[in-house]
Write a protein that binds this ligand. Structure first.
Ligand SMILES: NC(=O)C1=CN([C@@H]2O[C@H](COP(=O)(O)OP(=O)(O)OC[C@H]3O[C@@H](n4cnc5c(N)ncnc54)[C@H](OP(=O)(O)O)[C@@H]3O)[C@@H](O)[C@H]2O)C=CC1
Ligand SMILES: O=CCCC(=O)O
Length: 355
């Protein structure tokens, strides 16, 4: 197994790390301008001094990527790109549906018509696409980002895909002489808006070091997990657990109601005990009202369960709970709930959907 290194910085400290390059991040407070990275405090207990990474990576403190590309402006891509823009970064965006870029363009983002043009005009390009097919198409397709990559550039795919897809994209980008990193995220729409995502990265360590200050603008912590594919695997395992948890919670809500209990009280009881989870407290109240405002689309949760089951199959690991949960998400999808929040899986357990 590869070694696991976690670096963690508070959002403010992370943002100040951008101060090394004043043209890169003009909103950095004056007291941090020109200060070396090593002077920034790091958060305990898991933090690793930033300096350690910059020196290992053999990059100079004034060589941070100046021009940032962002491909895929959906539920997640939008707030992530927005946070980069708000931090003062020079951001160029592209999305299949151009209209979703307009609010970012109003905030100062540049726009290019094809992923390859974004990659060609930027130092580092992030991509946040729906699934393996779109991630490959945007990176490696006809007008894909790989066509615009060259030595000195970096590509960071933050989409949730399987390890094989990640390796394919990595190989295609590396063939251009550029560096490549997978960095899927844990955390949903609100953490993305608040710059509180958790990055699960793997691939080129020197690119990880280079983009660390950018990850710290968009997230609250980051893990470097070694070889390409490990980030995807970690993300799929986390989302496999999450999908099963939500299915189990749905069963509990419905059972409590059927035996005459108040499901709102169940949510409160759960929130105070050992199985409490922010997800239950956040989504329980709306689930009770059969409302599923979309943060994490159900179709993506089912995709992640499908990919996690494939991962489990590849190493002959039994995952019967996840397999059962996956069936519920498939039922929900077949009833038109794909674009609802994944908490809509509860509908698949209501008699009316099963008939
Ligand atoms: N929402 C969440 O809570 C989280 C999602 N994720 C993962 O992040 C990724 C994005 O999720 P999210 O933002 O929620 O999803 P959205 O469905 O909101 O966004 C998907 C993005 O992919 C683009 N896209 C889809 N198909 C294609 C295609 N064939 N070619 C080019 N672009 C395409 C969409 O473009 P267009 O606008 O034109 O449709 C859009 O920009 C997924 O992998 C998801 O699993 C990870 C963590 C949390
Ligand atoms: O992939 C989606 C994850 C959603 C979350 O972590 O809350």
């Amino acid at each position: 197994m590869s070694s696991l290194v976690k670096t963690s910085y508070s959002h403010n400290v992370a943002s100040t790390a951008m101060a090394m390059c004043s043209s890169f991040c003009p909103q950095i407070p004056n007291q941090f301008r020109g200060r070396p990275i090593s002077s920034f405090p790091s958060r305990q207990p898991f933090s690793v001094p930033f300096k350690a990474f910059t020196s290992q990576a053999n990059i100079k403190e004034d060589q941070l990527p100046a021009r940032i590309g962002f491909l895929g402006i959906g539920i997640m891509g939008f707030p992530m790109a927005q946070n980069l823009i708000k931090a003062g970064c020079d951001v160029t965006v592209w999305n299949r549906t151009k209209s979703k870029c307009e609010p970012l363009i109003s905030l100062g983002a540049k726009y290019k018509s094809f992923p390859e043009e974004v990659a060609a005009s930027c130092d580092v390009t992030f991509s946040m696409l729906a699934d393996p097919e779109s991630a490959v198409d945007v990176a490696c397709g006809k007008h894909g980002a790989a066509n615009g990559m060259s030595p000195g550039k970096g590509y960071v795919d933050v989409s949730t895909v399987d390890g094989e897809t990640s390796k394919l994209i990595y190989g295609r980008i590396k063939a251009t002489g550029a560096l490549s990193l997978e960095a899927p995220v844990s955390g949903s729409k609100k953490p993305a808006e608040d710059g509180q995502l958790i990055f699960l990265t793997a691939g080129d360590k020197s690119l990880y070091d280079t983009v660390a200050p950018l990850l710290d603008i968009m997230g609250k912590s980051r893990f470097y997990l070694g070889d390409i594919g490990n980030g995807a695997a970690m993300k799929l395992v986390v989302n496999m657990i999450m999908g099963s948890m939500m299915a189990s919670f749905s069963e509990g809500l419905l059972l409590s109601e059927k035996v005459g209990l108040d499901p709102s009280v169940l949510v409160e009881v759960v929130s105070q005990g050992a199985i409490s989870a922010p997800m239950y407290s956040m989504k329980g109240p709306s689930m009770i009202q059969s409302l599923y405002p979309t943060a994490f689309p159900l179709k993506h949760q089912q995709k992640d369960l499908r990919l996690a089951l494939g991962l489990a199959e590849s190493v002959s690991q039994p995952t019967p709970i996840a397999a059962a949960a996956n069936e519920l998400y498939k039922v929900a999808k077949s009833h038109g709930l794909s674009d609802q929040d994944f908490s809509a899986v509860i509908e698949s357990l209501k008699g009316k959907l099963q008939q």
